[in-house]
Write a protein that binds this ligand. Structure first.
Ligand code: ADP
Ligand code: MG
Length: 680
C-alpha cells in the first residue's frame, strides 16, 4: 500500500514523463497531490430530461443511443463522429470532434449517462463532445460534483481526478490531524480525513462548505501557530525591566503636546519597558499621525536606562530626515545621536561606528543595513523599524537571533487592512494611533485631465506666491520612447526653463547619489526650492510642513495606498492643502479607483478598498511583502476565521508547544518556506 509521502510514481499510470508534468505543478508526493486543492467545482449531480436541457449551462441526462455512430473524415486532422440519442422527452444529435474511438464505446440500443451543454446552430440544436459513462460505472464524469484542478499543458483534469482518487483511497487514514481535538470540538470543525476526502470528492455542496471551513481554519491555524512560536521564542528570554521611566523631560522639550492617541501609545511603550520581557510591538497609524515622535520617546527612555537604540528607515532620505528632526531634540536632552548611511563619507562612517562601539552615541539612525553590516554596539537594546513592510517575519526572527533579545518596535508605513496586519504582524502587540495632531485640515483632492493643465499651473504658481511649496510626482525617471508617461528628469527641466522660469525647481529621484538626494531634500526642507519634481522616492515619511500641494502625474499608474501615501506628504502644517491627480485614463475601474481617493482621507478605508481591488499579492506593489501563500484561505474574505484561528493557536502554543517532530511543526516549517531563517 502506498503511503502519504511516497512519490507520485507509486500510482498506476504515472511514469517518469507524467511525474515530470506533475512536478511542474509542484506535486512530487501523494501528500502534494492531496493538498493540490480544486480551484472550482462543476455541479453534475442533477439528471434532467432531454427536453429540459438548455444552452445556458451544461447538465447531466440519461439517454439511449438510437442511431449507429458514424465517423466521417472531413479533412486531414478533422474527423467527426455523429450519433443520435433519445429519452421519453426527445431526441438529440451528438457530435464528437476527433474522438473516433467513441464509436466503439457507444453501442446502438444501449443507455448511457451524458454531461454537456446544448448548442443552438443553423443545423438545429445539438451537443458537442459530451462526457459520458455507463449507468453501472462508478460516477466519475456524471452524477457527481466534479472538482476542477489548475492544469498545465498535457495534464487533463480527468487524469488529476483519477490520481487524486487513487491517493485518497490509499492514504486518507494516514493524513495527520494537525488540529487539536479540543480546538476542533469547540468550533465544530470536521476531521482531517473527512475534509480532504470531501474537498476532492464532495458528496454535496453542503459537505463541501464544511470541509472548506475546516481547511481554511487549519491553514490559518498553522500560520498563526508559527507566529505564536516566534513570539514565544522572542519573549522567552527574560529582560531586565527598565528602572528609569520618567518621560517628563522629553515631553517638556517637545514643541507640542502629544495627542490622546500618542499618549496611549507611549503608555503602552512604558508598560513594555517596565515589564520583564522584551517589547514586541507594532504601532499602526495613518499618515501624519505622528509616529516619529513615539520612536524618539522610546529611544529617550532606552538611553535613560543606559541602552542604545537603532532606528531603521526604509530609505536613506527618510533616515536623513529623521536625523535632522531628532538629533537636535535628543541632543537637548543629553542623548547623542549619529547617522549611519551608505552614502556617508568614510571618515564620518568610521566616527559613527566608533561612537556606537564605545557607547558614546546612544542612538543611531540609518537603513536596515544597520543590522546586517559590520556595526557593533556597546549595548544595543532597542530596535525600531520605521515605515517598512520589508521588516517581515523572517527579519524579525533573524534579529532576535542576532542581537540577543532587544526590545522591538515596528511602525507601520501604510494603514493596512486588518487581515493583512494580522498576517504580517500577528506576532506583535498592537498600538493604534487613530488621531491626527490638532489643526490638521483634510487634504482636498481633485481628479483632473490634461485639458486643465493651464489651470493647474496657475494653481501651482499661486501656492508658491503664498510662500508654500509644491511636490510634483512623476511615474518614471527618464523619458521612454513610445510611452507618454511624464518623466521626472525631462519634466523638471521643462518646468524650470519654460513654465516656471521665475520659480526654484528641484529634482529628486531614486537613481541620484545619496549625497545629491540629501542636498536636494535639505534645500526643499529649508524652503530654498518652490517646486520639487520627484519620483515615488518621496512616497513614505517625507515631512515638510510648508508643502501644501501634491500634484501626481499619470495618477492611473499608482496604487491607491501609494497615492494615499503621496497625498500624506502635504497637509502636515496648519495651511490648507491640496492634492491634484492628473489622469486622462478612461477605464471606468481606474476612474473609480481615483475617485475613491478624492472621496476620503481615511487611510484604513482606502487600504481596504485597495486590497479588494488588487488582491493581497499586489497590495504592496512590487515590494517584497513576505506574505505566505495560502492554498484555500482567502485574505480578502476569511477575516473572521483568521481571528478565530489566531486566538486558538495562541492558546494552544501557550498551553503546550508542539514537539519538533510533530505534524504541526512540519506544516509550520513548510508554510514559512524552508524555515532556514525563521525556524531553525
Ligand atoms: P507619521 O506618523 O506619518 O510618521 P510624523 O511622525 O512624520 O507622521 O509626523 C507628522 C508631523 O506632525 C511632524 O511634523 C510632527 O512634528 C508633527 N506632530 C507629531 N505629533 C504632533 C502633535 N502631537 N502635535 C502637533 N504636531 C505633531
Ligand atoms: Mg513617519
Amino acid at each position: 500500500m502506498p503511503s502519504l509521502f511516497d512519490p507520485v510514481t507509486v500510482l498506476s499510470g504515472v511514469g517518469p514523463a507524467r511525474a515530470r508534468q506533475l512536478e511542474a505543478l509542484g506535486i512530487r508526493t501523494l501528500y502534494d497531490l492531496l493538498t493540490d486543492f480544486p480551484r472550482d467545482y462543476e455541479d453534475r449531480t442533477r439528471l434532467v430530461p432531454i427536453a429540459s436541457l438548455t444552452t445556458d449551462a451544461p447538465a447531466c441526462f440519461e439517454a439511449m443511443v438510437v442511431t449507429e455512430p458514424r465517423t466521417s473524415h472531413i479533412r486531414r486532422g478533422l474527423d467527426l463522429t455523429k450519433l443520435t440519442v433519445a429519452d421519453d422527452t426527445g431526441r438529440l444529435h451528438l457530435t464528437f470532434f476527433n474522438q473516433a474511438y467513441v464509436a466503439g464505446q457507444l453501442a446502438y440500443g444501449e443507455t448511457y449517462l451524458f454531461y454537456g451543454r446544448l448548442e443552438g446552430g443553423l443545423l438545429g440544436v445539438q451537443m458537442t463532445n459530451p462526457a459520458f459513462e455507463r449507468p453501472g460505472d462508478p460516477a466519475v464524469v456524471t452524477r457527481r460534483i466534479l472538482p476542477v484542478y489548475g492544469l498545465t499543458a498535457g495534464l487533463h483534469n480527468k487524469l488529476l481526478v483519477r490520481l487524486v482518487g487513487q491517493a485518497l483511497d490509499a492514504c486518507l487514514e494516514d493524513l495527520p490531524e494537525v488540529l487539536p481535538t479540543s480546538v476542533r470540538e469547540a468550533r465544530g470543525l470536521c476531521g482531517a480525513a473527512f475534509a480532504y476526502e470531501t474537498i476532492h470528492r464532495p458528496a454535496s455542496f453542503a459537505d463541501l462548505a464544511v470541509a472548506r471551513k475546516r481547511l481554511v481554519f487549519e491553514e490559518f491555524f498553522v500560520f498563526s501557530a508559527g507566529l505564536a512560536l516566534l513570539r514565544a521564542r522572542r519573549t522567552a528570554v527574560p529582560h531586565a525591566p527598565y528602572r528609569n521611566l520618567s518621560l517628563e523631560p522629553f515631553l517638556a522639550a517637545l514643541p507640542f503636546s502629544l495627542t490622546g492617541a500618542q499618549r496611549r501609545a507611549v503608555d503602552d511603550l512604558l508598560a513594555d519597558f517596565a515589564g520583564s520581557r522584551p517589547m514586541n510591538r507594532l504601532i499602526q497609524g495613518d499618515v501624519g499621525s505622528g509616529k516619529t515622535v513615539l520612536a524618539a520617546a522610546a529611544a529617550y527612555v532606552a538611553a535613560q536606562n543606559g541602552c542604545q537604540t537603532a532606528l531603521m528607515a526604509p530609505t536613506e532620505i527618510l533616515a536623513e530626515q529623521h536625523f535632522r528632526h531628532l538629533e537636535p531634540l535628543l541632543a537637548s536632552l543629553g542623548v547623542s545621536t549619529v547617522l549611519l548611511t551608505g552614502s556617508l563619507g568614510a571618515p564620518a562612517k568610521r566616527a559613527a561606528k566608533a561612537a556606537l562601539a564605545d557607547g558614546s552615541a546612544q542612538v543611531v539612525i540609518g537603513t536596515h543595513a544597520l543590522l546586517t553590516g559590520d556595526v557593533t554596539f556597546a549595548r544595543l537594546d532597542l530596535v525600531i523599524a520605521d515605515e517598512q513592510h520589508r521588516f517581515g517575519v523572517a527579519q524579525r526572527a533573524a534579529l532576535s537571533a542576532k542581537a540577543g533579545s532587544p526590545h522591538l518596535l515596528v511602525m507601520s508605513a501604510t494603514p493596512i487592512p486588518r487581515t493583512l496586519s494580522l498576517i504580517l504582524y500577528g506576532d506583535l502587540d498592537l498600538s493604534v494611533v487613530d488621531e491626527l495632531p490638532p489643526g490638521r485640515q483634510p487634504v482636498d483632492t481633485f481628479l483632473v485631465g490634461e485639458a486643465l493643465r493651464p489651470r493647474i499651473n496657475q494653481f501651482i504658481r499661486r501656492q508658491a506666491a503664498e510662500g508654500h511649496q509644491v511636490y510634483i510626482v512623476c511615474p518614471a525617471v527618464e523619458e521612454q520612447e513610445a510611452d507618454s508617461l511624464k518623466a521626472a528628469e525631462a519634466w523638471a527641466e521643462t518646468l524650470g526653463k519654460t513654465v516656471f522660469p521665475d520659480l526654484r525647481v528641484g529634482l529628486l529621484h531614486g537613481r541620484m547619489k545619496g549625497a545629491e538626494k540629501e542636498a536636494v531634500m535639505a534645500r526643499f526642507s529649508a524652503g530654498e526650492l518652490d517646486i520639487l519634481v520627484a519620483t515615488t522616492v518621496i512616497e513614505v515619511g517625507v515631512d515638510v510642513a510648508n508643502a501644501t500641494l501634491m500634484v501626481v502625474e499619470n495618477a492611473e499608474r499608482f496604487g491607491l495606498s501609494q497615492l494615499h501615501q503621496l497625498r500624506g506628504r502635504v497637509g502636515r502644517g496648519s495651511a490648507k492643502s491640496y492634492c491634484v491627480l492628473i489622469s486622462d485614463a478612461k477605464a471606468p475601474e481606474t476612474r473609480a479607483r481615483l475617485k475613491a481617493l478624492c472621496a476620503t482621507n481615511d487611510g484604513f478605508q482606502i487600504a481596504q478598498e485597495d486590497l479588494k481591488l488588487r488582491g493581497p499579492g499586489d497590495f504592496f506593489g512590487r515590494r517584497q511583502h513576505g506574505l505566505p501563500v495560502f492554498k484555500v484561505a482567502s485574505l480578502a474574505c476569511d477575516l473572521a476565521t483568521l481571528q478565530e484561528a489566531q486566538e486558538a493557536a495562541a492558546a494552544c502554543i501557550t498551553a503546550s508547544p508542539p514537539a519538533e517532530d510533530s505534524p504541526l511543526w512540519g506544516r509550520i516549517r513548510a508554510l514559512f518556506g524552508d524555515g532556514e531563517t525563521v525556524f531553525n
